[in-house]
Design a protein around this ligand. Sequence first.
Ligand SMILES: Nc1ncnc2c1ncn2[C@@H]1O[C@H](COP(=O)(O)OP(=O)(O)OP(=O)(O)O)[C@@H](O)[C@H]1O
Ligand SMILES: O=P(O)(O)OC[C@H]1O[C@H](OP(=O)(O)OP(=O)(O)O)[C@H](O)[C@@H]1O
Ligand SMILES: O=C(O)c1cccnc1
Length: 486
Amino acid sequence: MTPNQSYTRNLTLLTDYYQISMMYSHFRNKLFHKEVVFDVYFRKNPCGTGYSLFAGLEQVIEYIQNLRFTEEDIEFLAKTYKYDKEFLDYLSDFRFTGNIWSVSEGTVVFPNEPIVRIQTNILEGHLVETAILNLINHQTLIATKASRVVFAANGDPVLEFGLRRAQGPDAGVYGARAAYIAGVVGTSNVLAGKLYSIPVKGTHAHAYIQSYSSELEAFLNFAEAFPNNLILLVDTYDTLGSGVPNAIKTFQIMKEKLGDQFKNYGIRLDSGDLAYLSKVARKMLDEAGFNDAQIVASNDLDENLIRDLKLQGAKIDVWGVGTNLITSSDCPSLGGVYKLVAEKEEDQFIPKIKISENPEKITTPGCKKVVRFYNKYTKMAILDLVMLQEEEIPTYDFIAFDPINIWKKKRVKDFVAKEILIPIFENGELIYTLPSIEEIRAHAKSELSTIDDEMKRLSNPHIYHVDLSRKLWDLKYDLINKERKR
Ligand SMILES: Nc1ncnc2c1ncn2[C@@H]1O[C@H](COP(=O)(O)OP(=O)(O)OP(=O)(O)O)[C@@H](O)[C@H]1O
Ligand SMILES: O=P(O)(O)OC[C@H]1O[C@H](OP(=O)(O)OP(=O)(O)O)[C@H](O)[C@@H]1O
Ligand SMILES: O=C(O)c1cccnc1
């Protein structure tokens, strides 16, 4: 059981119609025992980063465990086409019976390396493509975007405020989960908080202030309700003319009442020049003796604005980030793909390739593993090597080369190596112990610490090398040549 069954739905029909069509044709050809291998990977990091942060595996596991065609599902499918009865009977007993390997959530991943591998019969392999891509593309995208925002905040807490502008409920809930994995400290999304044990946090809206006859009255009432968690929104009427002075009056009253027990308080700025307003507000708060009052800022923030505001010396302690994070507004999709790379003939997997005019779109054939090499002294990641499953992992210095520009070479030495794909399902059984969200978040933090800041900078990041082993490279180019001849 995954921890959040309460939000788990049967998503069996969450697939593209052509997957069912292919399943049907294979079924009629009696190919249900034909075993194949699919790789999930993406070709380009989102949002201009030098890495991506993998998320969504827990939802993939839930999806796989709940794969069942209900009677209503089958009735619906029967209306879409005249399938043979045998096929519909097959669907009614359908279960996922294959093997899945994946990188763990919170792992830093790079273009052109398998991040999930599915080995199963061809019918099952087709069915699960769409949902797996949907779940992983979305959460990996948002986790990556959120990690950029957290990086720009440079240690300041970031709150995720995006639910109201997310593209629907799932994007809000799963997006909040991905953002927490990436390092935000809390979410305004109460459902995500409940489902995934994410700290829920928040202030109040302008409507709350408007609903009282004066701003001060609104502040005092809010203070009565939340004496120890009091962030007052100061920009409803006039930030420096009334908002900050009324917040200070409220703090003075609370301080008189509660003495040292009055803590965790501050203001939120939500419009205007956030650099200027935060500097002046800081001064006003300090002069009134409220040096520990926090300044929260929100209003269309993203990683670039946060970086810019920091450069301007803004006195902002906490960053509330909504729309631009939850929708990954500058980069609305991650292009993860699912490609057939091998099929079993007799007892052997035969590598398969898909050729394209565009060299970047030619698939890398075969059953593969991904090995990450770390500098054994600094523990920083050096390079990833995609290898054939049966190959031995190097134990001594070796020369890696760029798979496209093969004259670009690098000696890899003084390393420790780690395989990053781990077994998740074996013969349809979950064999992986799901980590808690806190463990995933801690893993993401430690993973991000293994890549250089040059890869995390917001623009023109350093490109990390993902190379192919010599054997795999030879296999790929042999297959390309064979296909060309054909
Ligand atoms: N010092 C600053 N430097 C760069 N951008 C800033 C600075 N201060 C605020 N911003 C950003 O500029 C944009 C200003 O938003 P906008 O023009 O909508 O005005 P506003 O202050 O939000 O007004 P209102 O909410 O009252 O309509 C926001 O994205 C905000 O985060
Ligand atoms: O700007 P974002 O990064 O998306 O952050 C979320 C925004 O949502 C709220 O505004 P909204 O106008 O919806 O409500 P309000 O009346 O409480 O300000 C909040 O005040 C933020 O400005
Ligand atoms: O709690 C907040 O301040 C909040 C929540 C949602 C959106 N914007 C702000």
